[in-house]
Design a protein around this ligand. Structure first.
Ligand SMILES: NC(=O)c1ccc[n+]([C@@H]2O[C@H](COP(=O)([O-])OP(=O)(O)OC[C@H]3O[C@@H](n4cnc5c(N)ncnc54)[C@H](OP(=O)(O)O)[C@@H]3O)[C@@H](O)[C@H]2O)c1
Length: 275
């Protein structure tokens, strides 16, 4: 297991489970709870959630799954329409209640909306001073948004969670270098492109040569990028276990080169994509 150091000096695990789409259906709830519990039992060191997911229900599921388990690193996010000074503080308190926690390890602005960034960051600083969050950061911020945040965060933006996977390598052109220069880890969401990557013929072929599954190869590639963490989501026990297996996959320079040929890095600036 490797970790990424955040500007505060604290460490963030490079791997965890995502929870988007969890909590949306009562019919699937028990299976989703079981999947998150199982991930924690297997030793997933991080869980990513948000007040948006299932309208708070995903945070409830995470809160239930945490009972009796070793405490993982917990990430949650505030909705942009709640991200005023008082709104952010109130949203965080609601999230803490649903998560049954006293502190969120990393609290993110889900995307840049109408609220003034100054207000959101002031709320983050106050929450941090009050011990309700340990670190804070942003999500879906392109390089220009990161520049805007940099003046307001007292150098403490801990991470930027963005869409980044083999089939969406745009951040490599300028965002990832910008973040690496400042030692801010990038948290890659949708490392499987929400499952869309997994039918790719070159991915299947290279995975067979490496001796792992296509999902493991896609996740291992993200983890091979310096300063990058990732949070694949699954509600299925077998896949939760399979995805953790990516940590044991080492990619040789030849395999990385074959992946570059199949999924070329960007040659020019691409606006940050968002799901
Ligand atoms: N900040 C943001 O704006 C933002 C946006 C998107 C996502 N996220 C976060 O990032 C997490 C991951 O992204 P994501 O959920 O969009 O996409 P993802 O992790 O790339 O893919 C999840 C999809 O792939 C399937 N899957 C998982 N493991 C698999 C495997 N081994 N084999 C085959 N299929 C597999 C899952 O189905 P099953 O569940 O049925 O296994 C699900 O449909 C989210 O859950 C969320 O926490 C954040």
């Amino acid at each position: 297991m490797h970790f990424c150091k955040m500007p505060s000096g604290a460490q963030m695990p490079a791997f965890g489970i995502g929870t988007w789409r969890m909590g949306e259906s009562r019919r699937r709830r028990a299976q989703e709870l079981e999947a998150v519990k199982y991930a924690l039992e297997l030793g997933y060191p991080m869980v990513d959630t948000a007040e948006m997911y299932g309208d708070g229900e995903a945070e409830e599921i995470v809160g239930e799954a945490l009972i009796g388990q070793p405490r993982p690193f917990v990430v949650s996010k505030v909705y942009p329409h709640n991200a005023t000074l008082s709104g952010t503080i109130a949203a965080c308190e609601r999230s803490l209640k649903r998560l049954k926690l006293e502190r969120i390890d990393l609290y993110l602005l889900h995307w840049r909306g109408g609220a003034r960034l100054e207000q959101t960051f002031e709320a983050f600083h106050r929450l941090r001073d009050a011990g309700k969050i340990a670190d804070f950061g942003v999500s879906n911020f392109d390089t220009d948004d990161m520049e805007a945040a940099a003046g307001l965060d007292k150098g403490l933006t801990a991470s930027n969670q963005v869409l980044y996977c083999l089939s969406r390598r745009g951040p490599e052109y300028d965002l990832l270098p910008w973040m690496r220069q400042r030692s801010i880890p990038l948290m890659a969401y949708s490392p499987l492109d929400q499952g869309g990557l997994l039918g790719s013929a070159p991915l299947l072929k290279i995975a067979a040569e490496v001796g792992c599954t296509p999902a493991q190869l896609a996740i291992a590639w993200v983890l091979a990028q310096p300063g990058v963490a990732t949070i694949p989501k699954s509600s299925t026990r077998e896949r939760v276990k399979e995805n953790l297996g990516a940590l044991a996959v080492t990619l040789s320079p030849e395999v990385l080169a074959a992946l570059d040929r199949a999924f070329p890095p960007p040659r020019r600036k691409q606006s940050l994509e968002m799901l």
